[in-house]
Design a protein around this ligand. Structure first.
Ligand SMILES: Nc1ncnc2c1ncn2[C@@H]1O[C@H](COP(=O)(O)OP(=O)(O)OP(=O)(O)O)[C@@H](O)[C@H]1O
Length: 590
């Protein structure tokens, strides 16, 4: 119930549906009680005293009542269904919006399959509970209460006899629930493992195929499929045992009532009509008992689903705008970036970067070089305010980025990452991603600068060619060039190239970089690269090792001093250096 209270905001606007649905349900349940009474009348006042002229009117009344009850049930179901759908719709939107604002820190540990199941399976469980679960629970309560009152008004002795069987029925129902609940949970886990297999297999299809691991994947899937099948067999075994046991208990109750009721009729303390009416009321009490296990199960499952959805909705946002955060105006931003003693660690891990200082005046190019895990990408992530720094400060034009609206800050930055993500849409839309009012000419200009225009024009539909999910159908280099075009089109004040040209050949890298020279003018650019050729024109190169800056300076200076930069230079330019030395040797000897 606490879960429902917390979700109130999502369905409160349509609460009238809930009230009307409950009202219709109460009317339908109450109308259900009229039929046994009419039966009693029919037997005691028409059939036994042989007043057959009353039969047509009573029969018509029964039909009228049953029809009205059906209409009420329909309305209750329809209104409940609408409310359930409305709530699920609002929650789905709410969850999706939340996913957009959650910080990177959340995504560092989030699992795709888990999030998908919250947005699908869990939301469906909540919808079902609101649409059918709540009406069923209320229906059960109303049936038991109305039925018991009515029974008591007919015969307290028979009511007592009925009540004797109830503890047994409830006991069996609860025992069953105790077994079926874990079985369902196990089934859900097995299904989740099964879907994860499929998801990972499809996502990682290239890796699977390149390692020829198809048989292993098939085996893995078979094991999980088997586990799911066994769970289902176990659960259906439980169900198939449950109903016969309940039926047996109910039949014993009916036999008992026949005995007691028959005796009362013989001794004329009960009329025949009353006995028949009582029998049709028994199901008012026993019927709901059959469902009690299912209802409890349904309730606990939906509550668990509700908690999982609420956990996502209530997830704290790590990086968010301060109340007085300012919005940047593109015309005023110059792009002067400074890091002052910045230290940062992911979660409880060791610091990923330590005491980083840098000054990137507007229009300058900063190169970042360092081994794997040395902290290059972390510096960039912090500049985009993906995480909050642990200590120190990052400033843009002298303003601490903590005081700038996150979206406004990011709108000044365009990045091209190592891995390019393309949406399954046209190339044109992928290049113009996130930008409104972009002309085709601008898109083509950006694509030309990124050296993407020619290969796009060779594609069947040119810029309208739809690329597959994650850019399937394009080479790594082509994807990267589209990403570069996307970044250039954004016309940012700060450009980030995180190993941006790693997937293109040296020649194309050179071509793209000469394109960059032009577009980088007036923009502060950060280049992360493993190739010295990408960094050599930078105004300052920072060499990182284990999160610390170990060398800094210009290419020409860095190659002259012993250190990691010179080492990398020697490795990458071994041929060139050998040639130079050879020439020098020749000159000396000649
Ligand atoms: N999202 C994350 N969660 C936890 N730790 C992380 C995360 N990203 C990076 N790290 C850790 O932070 C350190 C610095 O990583 P970073 O990605 O900045 O290195 P890098 O120099 O860019 O490496 P590469 O050249 O391989 O991309 C590493 O020890 C890495 O394991």
């Amino acid at each position: 119930m606490n879960v429902l209270r917390q979700m109130q905001g999502f369905f409160w606007a349509k609460r009238s549906f809930l009230y009307l649905s409950i009202l219709c349900l109460a009317i339908a349940t109450a109308l259900g009680l009229v039929t046994p009474n009419l039966l009693r009348k029919l037997i005691d006042e028409a059939i036994v005293p042989r007043h057959f002229e009353l039969v047509p009117a009573l029969a018509l009344t029964v039909i009228g009542v049953v029809t009205l009850k059906a209409v009420m049930q329909f309305l209750s179901g329809m209104l409940g269904g609408r409310l359930g759908n409305y709530l699920a719709y609002r929650l789905r939107n709410g969850c999706y919006e939340k996913l957009q604002v959650l910080s990177f820190r959340y995504y560092d540990t989030a699992r795709t399959g888990d999030l998908m199941s919250r947005l699908t399976g869990d939301l469906e469980a909540i919808r079902q509970f609101i649409a059918f679960g709540i009406p069923q629970i209320l229906n059960t309560i109303l049936m038991v209460v109305f039925g018991a009152v009515m029974m008591l008004s007919i015969s307290w002795q028979l009511t007592l006899a009925t009540m004797i069987s109830i503890p047994f029925l409830v006991f069996v129902a609860l025992k069953f629930e105790g077994k079926i609940h874990p079985a369902f949970q196990e089934m859900r886990l097995a299904l989740s493992a099964l879907t994860t297999s499929v998801q990972e297999n499809i996502t990682g299809v290239r890796t699977v195929k390149s390692f020829a691991r198809e048989p292993h994947e098939v085996d893995k899937f078979s094991v999980r499929n088997e586990r799911y099948k066994n769970n289902q067999i176990f659960a259906s075994g439980l169900w198939s045992r449950y109903f016969p046991v309940m039926e047996l208990l109910a039949s014993i109750c009916v036999v008992l009532l026949l005995g007691v009721g028959g005796t009362l009729v013989i001794h004329q303390s009960l009329s025949l009509g009353e006995l028949v009416a009582f029998f049709s009321l028994i199901w008012y009490i026993i019927g709901p008992m059959w469902n009690i296990g299912y209802l409890i199960n349904n309730y606990t499952q939906s509550e668990a689903s509700g908690e999982r959805v609420l956990e996502l909705l209530n997830q704290p946002i790590d990086v968010k705008d301060k109340d007085n955060a300012v919005a940047l105006s593109s015309d005023e931003v110059k792009g002067h970036v400074t890091f002052e003693h910045v230290t940062f660690a992911y979660g409880n891990k060791l610091a990923a970067i330590q005491d980083i200082n840098l000054d990137a005046p507007p229009g300058s190019v900063i190169g970042l070089l360092g081994g794997t895990g040395s902290g290059k990408s972390t510096i960039i992530q912090l500049l985009m305010h993906a995480y909050n720094v642990n200590s120190g400060s990052i400033k843009l034009d002298g303003k601490n980025i903590n005081d700038i609206q996150v979206r406004s800050l990011r709108s000044q930055i365009a990045s091209v990452f190592q891995e390019t993500f393309l949406f399954s849409s046209s190339i044109r839309n992928n290049i113009a991603y996130g930008l409104k009012d972009v002309t085709m000419d601008e898109i083509i200009r950006a694509a030309k600068l990124a050296k993407a225009h020619d290969f796009i024009m060779e594609m069947p539909d040119g810029y309208d060619t739809v690329v597959g999910e994650r850019g399937m159908g394009l080479s790594g280099g082509q994807k990267q060039r589209i990403a570069i075009a996307r970044a250039l089109l954004k016309n940012p004040k700060i450009l980030i190239l995180d190993d941006a040209t790693s997937a293109v050949d040296m020649e194309t890298e050179h071509e793209i970089q000469s394109g960059f020279q032009e577009v980088m003018k007036g923009r502060t650019t950060f280049i992360i690269a493993h190739r010295i050729s990408s960094l050599r024109h930078a105004d300052e190169i920072l060499v990182l090792n284990e999160g610390k800056i170990v060398q800094r300076g210009k290419h020409e200076d860095l190659i002259t001093v012993p250190g990691p930069y010179q080492d990398v230079y020697h490795i990458q330019y071994a041929d060139h250096i050998a040639r130079m030395n050879g020439n020098a040797g020749e000159q000396v000897s000649s």
